[in-house]
Design a protein around this ligand. Structure first.
Ligand code: NAD
Ligand code: ZN
Length: 382
């Protein structure tokens, strides 16, 4: 055990006090981990659009003050009672959706929707005692997605922590703890495009480009990238995207444009925008008879999905996924291993376009809001 085990750790965290206002680096007290929890020293974290939605309070239930962050890599500092799978010094990726390994979902080959630890954006405290492990300025601070990685130390349930190969470069594999695995899995595990098929990817941020990579690895012949931000197109060429559509360039719905390009529709589509309009277009642009659309983007609180039921009767399939259907503790270590051993042609560095020190974390928000770059790595302790 480290010499801080069992003690409160004082460290820096980026606290979001109010919706949409810059985060403030504060000194926080991080309580020791309780039963089935670990305390993690975060070394790298990155910003995903899901953090931004909840910071903007567009997500389900806004809660402030909060410590956001869920895409990260670090090392276990200490473990709580009853923890046997993890020990201090283990290299880990915290994950926003967990795996208890006991429930029906965890035992099913088809699901990663763990009964105990599935993504819960409304939960702001730890499961075991309903309390926060963070205090700043004398106030408890809400957790986010059971990870809260915008802190030099954080506490997580062991079911939300994947133990990975210590040889993995943490400043790269950190992006596998959410966005890249999500996009990749949405393609290879959920959409499952056949060799030679056509795939439309809506949203060419990191998640969408990881989906494009997944489509390329699966052997798709045509990968049509759809985005409203034209600066995305040049970058997307490096990710196997073969054609581009900007909905703003057309005076008819983008689903009609894609149907014309593909003789009736694409074989698969993967939506990675969070825009309800794009979700509907992504569904309606798949071919009748066999087309499958997969939703990945996180919608706004009041969104609802509207399409004519005939679009379904005509044998189109609509699916959705969290974390690309990967089971975080079982599948993520294997995915990291495949990346380290170069068994999978996944160039994580292509997704990392910016890097900032922890004190400049607000710059990462600016880049994402302006649609500049893909992932921004935030280096802790600097
Ligand atoms: P990002 O902001 O980097 O990329 C989103 C892209 O979508 C941008 O390029 C933007 O211009 C484009 N876009 C927005 N509206 C559009 C529209 N109507 N039509 C076409 N393009 C449009 O975000 P990201 O980090 O790549 O995340 C993408 C989405 O995936 C977000 O909604 C995020 O919350 C969600 N997400 C879901 C999961 C999951 O497990 N389901 C995991 C991670 C992220
Ligand atoms: Zn994410």
């Amino acid at each position: 055990m480290s010499n801080t085990a069992g003690q409160v750790i004082k460290c820096k965290a980026a606290v979001s006090w109010e919706a949409g206002k810059p985060l403030v680096i504060e000194e926080v007290e991080v309580a020791p981990p309780q039963a089935n929890e670990v305390r993690i020293k975060i070394l790298f974290t990155s910003l995903c659009h899901t953090d931004v939605y909840f910071w903007e309070a567009k997500g389900q239930k806004p809660a402030f003050p909060r410590i956001f962050g869920h895409e990260a890599a670090g090392v276990v500092e200490s473990v709580g009672e009853g923890v046997t799978d993890l020990k201090p010094g283990d290299t880990v990726l915290p994950v926003f959706t967990g795996e208890c390994k006991e429930c029906r979902h965890c035992k099913s080959e088809e699901s990663n929707m763990c009964d105990l630890l599935r993504i819960n954006t409304d939960r702001t405290v730890m499961l075991s005692d309903g309390k926060s492990r963070f205090i700043a300025k004398g106030k408890p601070i809400h957790h986010f997605l059971g990870t809260s990685t915008f802190s030099e130390y954080t506490v997580a349930h062991i079911g939300s922590v994947a133990k990975i190969d210590p040889a993995a470069p943490l400043d790269k594999v950190c992006v596998l703890s959410c966005g890249i695995s999500t996009g990749l899995g949405a393609a290879i595990n959920v959409a499952k495009p056949k060799k030679g098929s056509s795939v439309a990817v809506f949203g060419l941020g990191a998640v969408g480009l990881a989906a494009a990579e997944g489509a390329r690895i699966s052997g798709a012949a045509r990968i049509i990238g759809v985005d409203m931000n034209p600066s995305r197109f040049e970058q997307a060429k490096k990710f196997g995207v073969t054609e581009f559509v900007n909905p703003k360039d057309h005076d008819k719905p983008v689903q009609e444009v894609i149907a014309e390009m593909t003789d009736g529709g694409v074989d698969r589509s993967i939506e990675c925008t969070g825009s309800i309009a794009a979700m509907i277009s992504a569904f309606e642009c798949v071919h009748d008879g066999w087309g499958v659309a997969v939703l990945v983007g996180v919608p706004n609180r009041d969104d609802s999905f509207k399409t004519h039921p005939m679009n379904l009767l005509n044998e189109r399939t609509l699916k959705g996924t969290f974390f690309g259907n990967f089971k975080p503790r079982t599948d993520l270590p294997r995915l990291v291993e495949k990346y380290v051993n170069k068994e999978l042609d996944l160039q994580l560095e292509k997704f990392i376009t910016h890097e900032v020190s922890f004190s400049d974390i607000n710059k990462a928000f600016d880049y994402m809001l302006k649609g500049e770059g893909l992932r921004c790595i935030i280096r802790m302790g600097a």
